[in-house]
Design a protein around this ligand. Structure first.
Ligand code: FPP
Length: 224
């Protein structure tokens, strides 16, 4: 059976779920946060060490201001109300992406990372204002500046995901089959599961079902 150390998730479908059931895209984001809580619990139960969640892409800034503001208010609330509890559960929070938010949110994010930095049970990487192409470009710029030789090892060291193993499993909910500029380098050998359910409808049982199927796969990393 395959070990499962790192799960990455593209949490897609909030807007469609919200419009269908509550006549509001934002209601879908709110419901999506409940699924985040379920999957954090599921990750602990399944003894997963790293959970990476794509919460906001560099492209998501093109959405209406009202939706962007709602998403960041939801995130602020989550940080204010939940980080203490995550800390008690020995969970580490790390932000991927560039922190170009309001001074208040930047401070909350930095404090949350600092507070939980020594925790060891589960590391949650929250990708916010994250785009894989710009992460790669930034890494190459740093390597050029430091006159590092170009190698896989050096590139890994210069990515925001340094010290984080590559995902074993990527799940994308929402019945869409694309990577949306998420961890393009790091997903090179990940097992990819595209899930029909929209993110707010996804639950612990669905997560366990995918994990069970993942564990049965023969991963050969190019070998036979
Ligand atoms: C994609 O669905 C989802 C997002 C852009 C936001 C994800 C945010 C959450 C799950 C809640 C906030 C999370 C935290 C940790 C505070 P979409 O809106 O693109 O859905 P659609 O494809 O149906 O339009």
């Amino acid at each position: 059976m395959n070990p499962l150390n790192h799960v990455a998730i593209i949490m897609d479908g909030n807007g469609r779920w919200g419009l269908k059931y509550k006549n509001s895209r934002n209601a879908g984001h709110k419901a999506g946060l409940n699924t985040v809580e379920k999957i954090i619990k599921g990750s602990i139960k399944n003894k997963i060490s790293f959970l990476t969640l794509f919460a906001f892409s560099t492209e998501n800034w093109k959405r209406p201001k009202k939706e962007i503001n709602y998403l960041f208010a939801l995130l602020e609330n989550f940080l204010v109300n939940r980080v203490e509890e995550l800390h008690k559960q020995n969970i580490k929070l790390k932000i991927l992406g560039s922190k170009k938010f309001s001074p208040k949110l930047n401070k909350l994010l930095n404090n949350s990372e600092k507070k939980t930095s020594k925790n060891t049970k589960l590391q949650i990487n929250l990708a916010l204002n994250y785009g894989s192409k710009s992460e790669l470009i930034d890494a190459f710029k740093k390597m050029k500046k430091n006159k590092s030789s170009i190698s896989e090892k050096n590139l890994n060291k210069n990515l925001q995901t340094k010290n984080i193993p590559d995902p074993d499993l990527l799940i994308r909910t929402g019945n869409t089959k694309r990577l949306s500029n998420f961890l393009l380098w790091q997903l090179a050998y990940s097992e990819i599961f595209f899930e029909k359910k929209l993110w707010p409808a996804f639950n612990g049982k669905d997560f366990n079902r995918i994990i069970k199927d993942y564990k049965k796969i023969k991963r050969n990393f190019g070998k036979i």
